[in-house]
Design a protein. Structure first.
Length: 490
């Protein structure tokens, strides 16, 4: 039997990619281009929207050369990153302001001080933070000359990266996004599934610049005539973390996926009932299919694999990230060393933007092996913090977690994770779960898949880890981490 092919566009923070998958979830072709980041001022992070488009297009063309017979496209993307463009020309007004950008921190603090955070959380599931799109949009409107006039004249469009790519792919015919991207703008009411007028007023953003919000599986448009060898429909869109949730087939209430790339993002499926967190987690739309919303709780940790990059590039401890495993295993433990990689502040569940990274517990005989081990162990402790918050919010302790991302190539890290969580951990056969999730949405949209069960049936485990640590050790190590965090926050 021949399997149908789907093209997944995976537009991430550090690279743009196109991957062709079969409906069995096999990768048939892949093309990737590294993407530049610009830091025009301290705390500012930008990308060239034109480069995002050109790179993505080049990758799509590249993989279609080998497999032009794709049924449809799926898109997954870095979330929150904000682009405003002139609808008449498709020209961006300003660089893409990347999710990591902190330029609106002061404005967010002012809004918080004025007592607006509860309202924002009740409606959007988010915290009032520069991370999300709303204040980035406002910044462009306030700082780019002529943008407000363009909006008044109905010529201005806002979009997250998915939306901008669809605009370009369809030759300016479609201004649409999906519910999982919309829910990260801080303008979308995720209880009612509408752009929220009160929030638009609060952030002073005109409604006519916003895209139409569709389900994750929908008719997002077709590629413009002449752009690619054929015309292809776009049938599926989801933000990167939600796409990974789908690729990991976490469709049951209480199921958790955790992705360890540059940062770490853990999502727990909480079912069809909206709920805000009492423990500083975010609530988001996990997916919306046939008009039915499934919610997730999300914990975001800003630095995961980036801590390993730091030891490699800044400290020169090793030349390749995978050497960190042998180094960590060369010692029996960290000898009391804890590495808190809070380079840009602490994310969930602490949300302390002023915290900075620290290595604690150094003694005269500490070696780079101890420090490397502590950086890997930190991934487990950070995840444990999130899992405790999930459990407090929902009363559910997951009986297994599904992990992915570059860091899970490190067996030491994954075993330690399972040990500290006291929970089995599974790695699936296809580790490109984000791109795979988008391909699966396209398969659903084209009718190749009928239900989510078709995705779940394709999910297979490649590595399974069971906890092996004694309770006494687990408690001892984690108590040390908590005490290190307390010292950092003091
Ligand atoms: P992203 O999608 O965020 O760019 P990836 O999922 O590709 O990230 O993961 C890359 C990260 O994983 C890097 O930060 C790298 O340092 C880390 N990494 C990759 N392989 C290993 C390894 N064997 N041990 C530890 N860290 C690793």
């Amino acid at each position: 039997m021949t399997h149908k092919k789907f093209l997944s566009i995976d537009q991430g923070t550090t690279s743009s990619r196109a991957i062709i998958f079969s409906s069995k979830g096999e990768m048939l072709a892949t093309s990737q281009k590294e993407l530049r980041l610009y830091y025009p001022q301290n705390g500012w992070v930008e990308q060239d929207a034109e480069e995002i488009w050109q790179d993505t297009l080049a990758c799509i063309r590249d993989v279609l050369k080998k497999h032009p017979d794709c049924v449809s496209f799926g898109i997954t993307n870095q979330r929150e990153t904000t682009i405003l463009w002139d609808k008449r020309t498709g020209e961006p007004l300003y660089n893409a302001i990347v999710w990591q950008d902190r330029r609106t921190a002061e404005y967010c603090s002012e809004l918080k001080a004025a007592g607006h955070e509860n309202k924002v959380t009740e409606k959007t599931g988010l915290l009032l933070d520069p991370y999300f799109s709303a204040t980035k949009i406002k910044w462009i409107l306030d700082n780019v000359e002529g943008s407000k006039t363009l909006a008044e004249q109905g010529h201005l469009a806002f979009g997250t990266v998915d939306c901008f790519l669809i605009w370009r792919l369809t030759g300016g015919k479609r201004h649409v996004t999906d519910a999982t991207n919309a829910c990260r703008t801080m303008l979308y009411n995720i209880q009612n599934n509408v752009w929220d007028d009160e929030l638009l007023e609060l952030f002073e953003i005109p409604k006519n610049i916003l895209p139409e919000v569709l389900d994750n599986v929908a008719e997002f448009g077709t590629t413009a005539e002449g752009l690619l060898p054929q015309v292809y429909p776009v049938h599926g869109v989801a933000g990167d973390q939600q796409a990974a949730l789908i690729g990991q087939a976490c469709f049951g209430k209480g199921m958790v996926k955790s992705t360890y790339g540059t940062g770490c993002f853990a999502l727990m499926n909480i079912g069809e009932k909206f709920k805000t967190s009492q423990n500083k987690l975010l609530t988001s739309i996990g997916y919306r299919l046939n008009g039915k919303t499934t919610y997730v709780l999300e914990g975001s940790i800003f630095v995961a694999g980036a801590a390993i990059q730091f030891l490699r590039d800044n400290m020169g401890f090793f030349s390749s990230a995978n050497e960190s495993e042998a180094l960590a295993k060369a010692v029996d433990d960290t000898n009391g060393v804890y590495f808190i990689p809070a380079f840009t502040g602490l994310g969930a569940p602490y949300w302390n933007p002023n915290a900075r990274g620290a290595i604690l517990g150094l003694t005269r005989d500490t070696t780079k092996a101890h420090i490397t081990r502590s950086a890997l162990e930190a991934q487990a402790y950070q995840t444990k913090d999130l899992m405790e918050a999930f459990e407090k919010d929902t009363g559910v302790k997951p009986n297994i977690i599904r992990v992915d991302g570059g860091l899970v190539a490190n067996h030491f890290m994954v075993q330690f994770l399972s040990d500290i969580l006291n929970t089995p951990v599974d790695i699936p056969t296809c580790r490109e779960t984000t791109a795979l999730g988008a391909a699966y949405l396209a398969a659903l949209g084209s009718g190749e898949f009928k239900t989510l069960d078709d995705i779940a049936k394709n999910w297979n485990v490649s590595e399974h880890y069971n906890p092996e640590m004694t309770e006494q050790n687990r408690d001892h190590y984690y108590a040390g981490w908590k005490s290190a965090i307390d010292k950092l926050s003091a």
